[in-house]
Design a protein around this ligand. Structure first.
Ligand code: SAH
Length: 351
């Protein structure tokens, strides 16, 4: 029984690397349930039974990077590329606002077309029209000046997964021009500028070991992000990793529980990747300690083109369908969807 380790994690918000490894490799079903029930209690202390919704707008699938795991990498010549216009994006926000979204997430590949001039214009136009909404960006690596300009234009939050905190593993997932050190610098820059910052990693990415995951957990404990997104790796048929197997739902859930105990008031999404691998993956994610879901607001015409991995769910749905479907799913497990910005308690006066 690993109850003592789980109690220690709850009390001290972290474990040594060796202890994390024991928990990851040896947790029994009973240990898992013990962890998840603690994770739920802690979550309820800060957030009640509220689940925050973030409207995801996948606004470009052009990407200058060539990450080996990702379906929209530049070498995938079969990806049908698209960019939404500023008007398209604003109309997604309009739909989203009327469906009760108060956070919009603009996510895309690293697309040089969306330079600072175009991007700050989009950000300030959204914030002008929807001043009661939070705006999250997920645009990959940019310069300090660029992050600052976007923040000053009104962006509130930024999602940039570190992907793996082990530099050797990082170089197995990315071409040599991409470095873990650059990624970490970007994360520290975002925090210094004042963003609420999210990081995270894929579970079961090729070559990942338990030790790598322990390094990820240590990095997260040190960095103290406001948000942590983790989801299982899922192969994409047109990438160098097409023959690797997908990550494990069970391990993803265990890690959500562990991260909830490490960072009690963290915003943790139950990801689409989790929902892709298991029919009730997102419900299970919430029951393991997650408190965010990110329904898709992208226009249905482009949804089936933003394919990071195979078999992605909800690519044929309308925004309203996704919103209602997730509401039903959350209600079925005793949670309610919150209609407010859902800022991190670390930056509001509530703690
Ligand atoms: N270009 C932005 C957005 C990336 S897509 C950025 O660099 O941050 C968002 C996340 O999807 C990535 O951070 C990665 O962790 C995840 N992802 C990419 N390919 C994946 C795959 N094959 N399986 C599961 N998750 C994947």
């Amino acid at each position: 029984m690993l109850k003592l380790l789980i109690d220690k994690l709850e009390n001290e918000n972290r474990l040594t690397k060796e202890e994390f490894a024991i928990l990851i490799d040896n947790a029994t079903e009973e240990d898992r349930q013990y962890l998840f029930s603690k994770a739920r209690k802690i979550k309820e202390r800060y957030f009640g039974n509220k689940i925050y919704i973030r409207g995801l707008i996948e606004f470009t699938n052009y990407c200058k990077n060539d990450c080996y795991y990702c379906g929209i990498r530049r070498s995938n010549k079969e990806a049908e590329r698209y960019r939404l216009t500023k008007d398209d994006i604003l109309s997604c926000c309009e739909t989203g606002y009327s469906l009760g979204f108060r956070t919009f997430v603009l996510q895309g590949g690293e697309d040089p077309y969306f330079n600072d001039e175009r991007m700050t214009d989009i950000v300030s136009s959204i914030k002008e029209r929807y001043s009661d909404c939070a705006l999250t960006l997920s645009l990959g690596e940019r310069s300090y000046e660029s992050y600052k300009a976007l923040y000053e234009a009104g962006a509130d939050r930024y999602l940039l997964r570190h992907e793996t905190a082990d530099s050797g593993h990082y170089s197995k997932l990315h071409p040599e021009e991409m470095l873990l050190s650059t990624r970490k610098e970007a994360l520290y820059a975002l925090k210094e500028i004042g963003y609420q910052v999210g990081t995270g990693f894929m579970v079961g990415s090729p070559y990942q070991t338990t030790e790598h995951i322990c390094t990820d957990l240590e990095f997260i404990a040190d960095f103290k992000p406001h948000m942590v997104g983790i989801g299982p790796f899922i192969p994409h048929h047109n990438t160098p990793f097409k023959d690797f197997k997908a990550g494990s739902v069970e391990l993803t859930l265990l890690l959500i529980g562990i991260i909830r105990l490490m960072l009690p008031c963290c915003l943790i999404p139950a990801t689409t990747a989790l929902g892709t691998l298991a029919a009730t993956g997102r419900e299970m994610g919430v029951l393991a300690g997650a408190n965010v879901v990110m329904p898709n607001l992208s226009p249905s015409t482009v949804r089936n083109k933003y394919l990071l991995y195979d078999n992605k769910i909800c690519t044929g749905d309308e925004a309203a369908e996704c919103r209602m479907c997730l509401e039903r799913r959350m209600n079925s497990i005793g949670s309610v969807i919150a209609v407010d910005r859902g800022d991190s308690p670390l930056v509001t006066s509530s703690i």
